[in-house]
Design a protein around this ligand. Structure first.
Ligand SMILES: [Zn+2]
Length: 99
C-alpha cells in the first residue's frame, strides 16, 4: 500500500529552477521561459526545449491527480511550490548580502 507524503530534501535550486513545470488550475507553465498553456504531461517545454524534471503546483491537489501525472511521466519529481519560492528568495537575499 502506498500513499503520497511530502519529504524534505536539500535540493539544487538552479536545477529545479531550470527544469520546473508549474501546474495551475487550468493550464501549466514552464518556469524557465514562462511559456503558458503547456500540456501537463509534456516531458519537455515546446518553446524553450528544457526537459521537465520537477513539477510544482498552483492548484489544489488530490492523490488521484498526482497518480495520473506519475503514470504519464514516471520520472517527474513533485515539489512544493511555496517551499521552492521561499528557498529561492532566501538564496537571492544571501546573494545581495555577499555583493
Ligand atoms: Zn520553456
Amino acid at each position: 500500500m502506498k500513499g503520497f507524503m511530502r519529504v524534505w530534501k536539500n535540493m539544487d535550486l538552479d536545477d529545479v529552477q531550470k527544469h520546473l513545470i508549474v501546474a495551475g488550475e487550468l493550464s501549466s507553465q514552464c518556469y524557465s521561459c514562462n511559456s503558458p498553456g503547456i500540456e501537463l504531461t509534456s516531458p519537455s517545454c515546446p518553446s524553450c526545449g528544457v526537459a521537465f524534471k520537477y513539477m510544482g503546483f498552483r492548484r489544489k491537489l488530490t492523490p488521484s491527480f498526482l497518480l495520473k501525472i506519475k503514470e504519464a511521466n514516471p520520472g517527474i519529481i513533485f515539489i512544493d511550490f511555496e517551499d521552492f519560492k521561499k528557498a529561492l528568495s532566501k538564496r537571492d537575499a544571501r546573494k545581495l548580502l555577499d555583493m
